[in-house]
Design a protein around this ligand. Structure first.
Ligand SMILES: Nc1ncnc2c1ncn2[C@@H]1O[C@H](COP(=O)(O)OP(=O)(O)OP(=O)(O)O)[C@@H](O)[C@H]1O
Ligand SMILES: [Mg+2]
Length: 211
């Protein structure tokens, strides 16, 4: 069943936050899922181990192992969610070639937008190799409401050919940053309904890409 990965060679853009929340949301929907942490920093796997949901998790960083294990896991589980590393190595390329959907979080800063083209190039090269996969989606991550940079970033990202700009914007919120130390996801955080709603919408949009 589908492999959905969060990749972007730019560090700190929200890959782990996105992957952990998609996994948590799918788990709450009673889907049988597996979480793969492909980043040697292991922050995704550590976070998963702190959650009460006990979602099966593997740490796989080696390209050959990813090539072997991801299709096996996809056969065993309804969804495989992959948290990518901030690099453009063989492992990231392997993940992209094997993914059904690749989600790229992008922060609305000049530097992040500048490096987005490299992330998209990597996805397009995977699509050339596989003959179409993965479906490519980007979303604006850690945005601030009412800023010009946010609107400019959305306009820029909407113009990338063959890449779906997700309508949901994940805004910068302290509650999101606090989730790891609180050993939970935003769905269990108190007084964070607005951010929980954003993640719910984001997850629905990502799943909608598979239809
Ligand atoms: N919407 C948000 N609001 C507030 N903080 C956020 C938000 N998204 C991410 N963060 C925080 O920003 C930091 C980077 O996020 P995250 O670890 O998800 O990025 P990443 O792309 O996985 O980074 P890396 O490339 O290092 O793996 C974390 O401390 C996280 O808690
Ligand atoms: Mg990460």
């Amino acid at each position: 069943m589908p492999i959905i990965s969060f990749c972007n060679q730019k560090g700190g853009c929200g890959k782990t936050v996105g992957a952990v929340h998609l996994a948590s949301w799918l788990h709450r929907k009673r889907k049988k899922i597996h979480f793969v942490d492909a980043d040697p920093q292991s922050s995704g796997a550590t976070w998963m181990s702190l959650l009460s949901s006990q979602i099966p998790t593997s740490k796989i960083t080696d390209a050959n192992e990813l090539i072997e294990r991801l299709p096996e896991l996809a056969e065993q589980f309804q969804f495989v969610v992959v948290d990518g590393a901030p690099n453009t190595t063989e492992s990231t390329r392997a993940i992209l070639c094997l993914s059904d959907v690749s989600v790229t979080p992008i922060q609305p800063t000049g530097l992040d937008l500048h490096s987005a083209s490299e992330a998209i190039r990597l996805i397009k090269s995977a699509q050339k190799i596989t003959g179409g996969r993965p479906i490519a989606a980007v979303f604006l991550s850690r945005a601030s409401k009412g800023t010009r940079l946010k609107e400019e970033a959305l306009s820029l990202l909407s113009q990338i050919p063959d890449v779906k700009l997700l309508k949901t914007v994940i805004h910068n919120k302290q509650a999101i940053a606090d989730c790891f130390t609180q050993q939970c996801s935003i769905f269990e955080m108190k007084k964070a309904e607005d951010s929980a709603q954003e993640f719910e919408q984001l997850c629905k949009e990502i799943l909608g890409l598979l239809k």
